[in-house]
Write a protein that binds this ligand. Structure first.
Ligand code: NDP
Length: 331
């Protein structure tokens, strides 16, 4: 089995030398265990936080250990009563081509006619669920809202914008990091307007694109885009704070938006959330999203990097905007 381990805590932007690729022979399965060959392994921005020491909502990665995280694959050998050869499973054993361990570490999932198994790491997985919960539950989207999504061409953002439209938003605006992505937002993902955030004054671009102001902001980026969104939000506006990738590689806390005074005068609500707290909404999400995917009311993209040894490269690509939609490693 080939695995990727974290061997050094990154300083700023991670580099290849922070990781080690190890190949080892797997021992025979013990009673109750199963072996799974992965189809796809997820790389996610939150993993940067786990590379740091210190307490957070999820414990840090341990040095010298294989990177954990979401993956989907098939059982190739089983000594577990619950799993059969050929079963499709998801698990959290992370950056490796073959995973094995107690059968309880693997969750059997349904086959998805017409969809790649990678959907379990994208629209039907954590990123799709995050978009859904953030937009419907945290931001409490209402009919007729004007919505702004940052990081809009990524896995969460591209789905969040489409959910907003499906749930009654009057207008959805997105920001992303390249002209190609800006085009994809309006041409492919159904946003009404989009702009490249590498503009000196994002708040001014937002006023141009949403002269009526913004009611809901879905924040994937933090920093300057959060400040710009606060600047253009309407009275009683609501923001779902999902992530702040603009600061993930910084060793210092990012300075706060300078315009927090506006929260008072415009009676804004900014609410952070972590998806794992919302399992109660998963059933409802799963049903709605499966229907949207089936009739292509939600379309998705993925960016695939081939080979588990390239997982670090795929991960670093997230911070360079190399992905449109979900970044995945195909094993
Ligand atoms: P994405 O698919 O959005 O990939 C990351 C993207 O971030 C890149 O493609 C890049 O696009 C953009 N980006 C990178 N650096 C910057 C920067 N300095 N400024 C602006 N944009 C940048 O990842 P996900 O969809 O998986 O995650 C999106 C956000 O959601 C992240 O903040 C993540 O931490 C958060 N998240 C939160 C969860 C929760 O429970 N709260 C659960 C899952 C995700 P570009 O080309 O546009 O720069």
């Amino acid at each position: 089995s080939t695995q990727v381990r974290l061997v050094r805590r990154p300083d700023g932007l991670p580099v290849a030398e922070d990781f080690e690729i190890v190949t080892e022979r797997l021992r025979a399965l013990r009673h109750g265990e199963a072996r799974v060959v992965n189809d796809f392994v997820s790389v996610d921005p939150y993993m940067r936080g786990r590379m740091r020491e210190g307490a957070s909502y999820i414990p840090p990665f341990e040095l010298g250990q294989t990177m954990t995280g979401d993956a989907v694959g098939r059982v190739v050998e089983s000594r577990s009563a619950d799993l059969r050869v050929g079963d499709l499973v998801t698990h959290f054993l992370g950056w490796r081509d073959v995973a094995q361990g107690d059968g309880k570490l693997f969750s059997r999932v349904d086959e998805l006619p017409g969809l790649s198994t990678s959907a379990y790491l994208g629209p039907l997985g954590v990123t799709g669920f995050t978009a859904y919960v953030g937009m419907t539950h945290i931001a409490d989207l209402r009919d007729g809202d004007v919505v702004f999504v940052s990081g809009a061409a990524g896995a969460v953002g591209s789905v969040a914008g489409q959910i907003a439209k499906l749930k009654g938003a009057a207008r959805v605006i997105g920001s992303a990091g390249s002209p190609e992505k800006v085009t994809a937002l309006t041409e492919r993902f159904g946003f009404d307007a989009a702009f490249d955030y590498h503009t000196p004054d994002p708040a001014r671009r937002l006023v141009e694109l949403a002269p009526e102001g913004v009611d809901v902001y879905f924040d994937n980026v933090g920093g300057p885009l959060l400040e710009a969104a606060v600047e253009v939000m309407n009275d009683f506006g609501r923001a779902a704070l999902c992530g702040s990738i603009s600061g993930y590689n910084s060793e210092e806390e990012a300075p706060g938006p300078r315009n927090l005074g506006q929260l008072v005068s415009r009676r804004l609500t900014l609410r952070g959330f972590i998806i794992t707290d919302h399992q109660d909404l998963y059933g409802r999400f799963r049903e709605e999203m499966a229907a949207w995917l089936a009739d292509e009311r939600v379309v998705t993209e993925e960016t695939l990097v081939e080979g588990i040894d390239r997982a670090p490269e795929a991960f670093l690509g997230l911070f360079e905007g190399r992905n449109t939609g979900k970044m995945l490693v195909r094993v």
